[in-house]
Write a protein that binds this ligand. Structure first.
Ligand code: CR1
Length: 833
């Protein structure tokens, strides 16, 4: 991509800045190829070369890592512990090179050896240890914590199989296993000495301690071990390296020994396999709760290893546990790790002999909780009977927390037993269940939503009773994304243009500085180059798409993209209705004002979510007809990008011109793809939902395509009775679009295939697709009108980028640090250089 000359020059500059030279990189790359891979240049596969490049990069960050650990130990730095069941990290190599500041060094070194660095980067398989937004947010936050120099440990699970890989066969989604560790993982360091026993089952018993006090303890029926695997997380423009510590489940040694003594060798092997299933696979459900026993076991496994590790660290560095909440602040990423509240209580009470008051004081000061969704089906609850069986001691503790908590509620709201029932940690019904969200709220001193509207709805609806009791506990921190991965790595051409226009690259660490673009917005030179950058990215995507799917995209057409998990509330089917409308108009010769478009979709459906899978089939069915009809395909084409993940997202964001953020208002907590697209110069068409609202305010309403019902109007309609069939009957175009889908045109004559979808829309339409259809079409006409004026469009695109600085995850992390965690930066000094 770069000419060798500038690469070499840049490499020299990087060398002076970082002390890391091209020659050393080259030498170490060959060394690592030899000593780690046991290969020489001539026989090395591209994957061998990638591994060698990865190890060479890792070598360069180890010094910083160790230095960071030493600094944090010496300064007793207050540390953020991020507890998350998911981390959607994306490939490491390119991003680590950027954060080390040695991208061109590595490129030049590789080039001299006759290797193409971009090809090596392409070799890396990403660790897909998350489902979607929530997991990717955790990854952005880890990177920003290091960039903001805040000491942090991310705790999670080292799933052997991450999110499934998606193939499209005959238009349907087919799930394939993601064996991401198959070829080894050069980024992690196993820590076999850091491991903890995690108990399950059994019973609790009372006993007298040495002071004759009656105490309780848990005698689990069996134990599993969690072993730490550490991945360094680099910051940009700082020497700080934070730790991502993922737990792998193994059979406990005591169990092996028992089996050996009784001569049951196969029994021992079986137990080992059984134990290891615990961290085998990530649950692929995005939002709706899975409700599986193994899932609860995973959650407890994560929480128990992590809390034991924090206590170990505390005892090793600070000493007695009274100051635990001063050393650590623990962020619960949704309710998945909410059991940590009960686990810390258990450890402090049963292992460290604290009184309830002491233990609760610490626990409550330690935890904070982020809510990521309002969808009722996503709110986790677990049957009390399952707790009794798996976690009897935790159930006792939860009952005691609840007893004391409900006393407080009764004191404040005398005689309001309905409120007590609503707020209880235990839902009474034909099956009693533990409400994990209530446990998280009661056990934390701060609770936040992820965008202004969402945080408001959290207070006004979801946790209304709690907000009345503890108004000061509720906060908003609007999400953000890291510009290193989503601009610098994903879109180097745009990064270069921005840097040249602003005259420096400080925007990479301080994204508000993108405002320096604004004075140049009318500069024809900039506009021309801006368009050039977008065109080149569209060509790259077209090339990739052709090779991956066989579909030919026309880079001259508008790239209109919707990429996110497939879900009815996100309304991919609303977009399909728009495509069907375009199709019909073209067929009827009504092409006046129409702009050639390429509709691109990407996203996975939960394997058990029938309707989402049918939506994927519908998209591909419409694509097949549209793309093969010469009368139509000069105007529109449809492409479904298979296996949307972080790596493929990085291909999509730079090429998008229109970003589809069309969820029903009130349903998308924040969205983060909306930020990634806008950061890459796409204009948004969207509803007043999640962070869209704040993006629109930031970039200016005149640079945003708004349509649809507001959250308030949605609520009103739900209350007065929403009747989707009236829209179907009264809007002839809508009727004809739905009828066309049912006609069999897109399904080789099968008139029943899409019935479940269309019937549901006409008769129930829980996400009000039909109510927003007309407004959406009209807004799309406005999009066409403006797109026909490239200068105007480009101007809007530049302004989107210039004003998007607020949505950096650095800003979000600084807000957490100040408002929620009370933690400051702890810079690691660069002593070697
Ligand atoms: C939300 O749906 C938000 C991310 C990150 C998702 C999305 O709107 O951007 O979280 N929620 O905050 C989720 O995955 C389990 O809930």
């Amino acid at each position: 991509m770069n000419s060798p000359d500038t690469t070499v020059q840049q490499a020299k500059r990087e060398h002076t800045r970082t002390g890391m030279s091209k020659d050393a990189f080259q030498r170490d790359l060959l060394d690592n190829l030899f000593y780690i891979q046991g290969r020489f240049r001539e026989v090395a596969t591209p994957h061998d070369l990638y591994m060698a490049a990865a190890y060479t990069t890792r070598d360069r960050l180890l010094a910083r890592w160790v230095k960071s650990a030493q600094t944090f130990k010496a300064t007793h730095a207050r540390t953020v512990c991020y507890l998350s069941a998911e981390y959607l990290l994306g490939p490491h190599l390119a991003s680590n090179l950027v954060n080390l500041g040695i991208t061109e060094t590595a490129r030049a070194a590789a080039e001299e050896l006759g290797m193409d660095m971009d090809a090596l980067i392409e070799e890396e398989e990403e660790p897909g240890l998350g489902n979607g937004g929530l997991g990717r947010l955790a990854a952005c936050f880890m990177e920003s914590l290091a960039t903001c120099q805040i000491p942090a440990i991310g705790y999670g699970i080292r799933y052997e199989f991450g999110i499934f890989k998606q193939a499209i066969e005959d238009g349907w989604q087919v799930e394939k296993g993601d064996n991401w560790l198959r070829n080894g993982n050069p980024w992690e360091i196993p820590r076999p000495k850091i491991s903890f026993a995690v108990g399950f089952g059994g019973h609790t018993e009372s006993y007298r301690d040495e002071r004759s006090q009656v105490r309780l303890r848990w005698q689990p029926a069996f134990e599993i071990r969690g072993v730490a695997y550490d991945t360094p997380i680099l910051g940009y423009g700082s020497q700080n390296v934070n730790l991502l510590r993922l737990w792998k489940a193994e059979a406990s040694e005591s169990l092996d020994l028992q089996a050996f003594n009784t001569g049951d060798y196969y029994g021992a092997v079986h137990a080992k396999i059984e134990a290891e299933t615990l961290s085998k696979v990530l649950y692929p459900n995005d939002e709706p709760e899975a409700g599986k026993e193994l899932r609860l076991k995973q959650q407890y496994f994560l929480v128990s290893c992590s809390m034991q590790d924090m206590i170990r660290l505390h005892l090793n560095t600070v000493g007695p546990l009274e100051g635990f909440a001063d050393k650590f602040t623990v962020q619960l990423n949704d309710t998945h790790p909410a059991l940590a509240v009960a686990e810390l209580m258990r450890l402090l009470l049963d292992r460290h002999a604290m009184t309830w008051e002491e233990a609760w004081g610490i626990t409550h000061k330690t935890f904070c909780y982020t809510n990521h969704t309002l969808l009722p089906e996503a709110l986790e609850t677990w049957p009390v009977s399952l707790f009794e069986r798996l976690l009897p001691r935790h159930l006792e503790i939860i009952y005691e927390i609840n007893r004391r908590f409900l006393d407080e509620v009764r004191m404040r709201f005398l005689g309001d037993e309905a409120r007590v029932r609503r707020m209880s940690l235990i839902a009474e019904g034909h099956e009693r269940r533990v409400r994990m969200a209530h446990l998280a709220v009661v056990g934390s001193h701060a609770v936040n939503g992820v965008a202004k509207l969402h945080s408001y709805l959290v207070k006004a609806m979801l946790f209304k009773d709690f907000a009345e009791l503890w108004p000061e506990r509720f906060h908003n921190v609007t999400n953000g994304v890291t510009p290193r991965r989503f601009v610098v790595v994903a879109n180097p051409r745009l990064a270069k243009l921005i840097t040249e226009t602003c005259g420096q690259d400080d925007w990479i660490r301080d994204l508000e500085q993108l405002r320096a673009l604004e004075p140049h917005v009318d500069d024809a030179g900039l506009q021309g180059r801006w368009q050039e950058v977008k065109r080149a990215a569209k060509q790259d995507l077209a090339q990739w798409m052709k090779q991956a799917t066989g579909i030919e995209l026309d880079p001259e057409s508008m790239f209109d993209v919707q990429a996110k998990r497939i879900h009815e509330y996100k309304r991919q089917h609303l977009k399909v209705l728009h495509i069907v409308r375009c199709y019909q108009r073209i067929k009827q010769g009504q092409v006046q004002g129409l702009v050639p478009r390429t509709f691109i979709f990407g996203g996975k459906a939960a394997p058990g979510y029938f309707m989402a899978k049918l939506i994927i089939k519908l998209i591909n069915a419409v694509a097949e007809v549209v793309n093969n009809d010469p009368q139509v395909n000069d105007w529109i084409r449809v492409a479904f990008m298979p296996d949307f993940n972080v790596k493929n997202g990085q291909r999509l964001y730079p090429a998008a011109e229109l970003s589809e953020q069309i969820s029903l208002a009130g349903k998308e907590a924040s969205g983060t793809g909306n930020m990634k697209f806008s950061m890459n110069g796409a204009l948004t068409i969207g509803t007043l939902d999640g962070a869209n609202i704040e993006i629109r305010e930031a970039v200016g309403p005149e640079n945003f395509f708004l349509f649809g019902l507001t959250a308030e109007e949605v609520l009103q309609r739900q209350m007065t009775g929403y009747r989707p069939w009236e829209y179907y009957q009264n809007d002839p175009e809508l009727k004809s679009d739905l009828d066309l889908i049912n006609s069999g045109l897109f399904s080789h004559g099968d008139t029943q295939l899409f019935r479940p979808l269309t019937d549901n829309l006409i008769n129930h339409d829980p996400f009000m697709v039909l109510a927003d259809y007309r407004a959406y079409l009209e807004c799309q006409e406005q999009v066409d009108r403006i797109y026909r004026d490239p200068e105007r469009w480009t101007r809007m695109s530049i302004l989107n980028v210039a004003r998007i600085g607020y949505f950096s995850s650095d800003r979000a992390i600084r807000e957490y640090a100040e408002r929620i965690w009370q933690v400051g930066p702890q810079p690691v000094l660069d002593t070697e250089h």
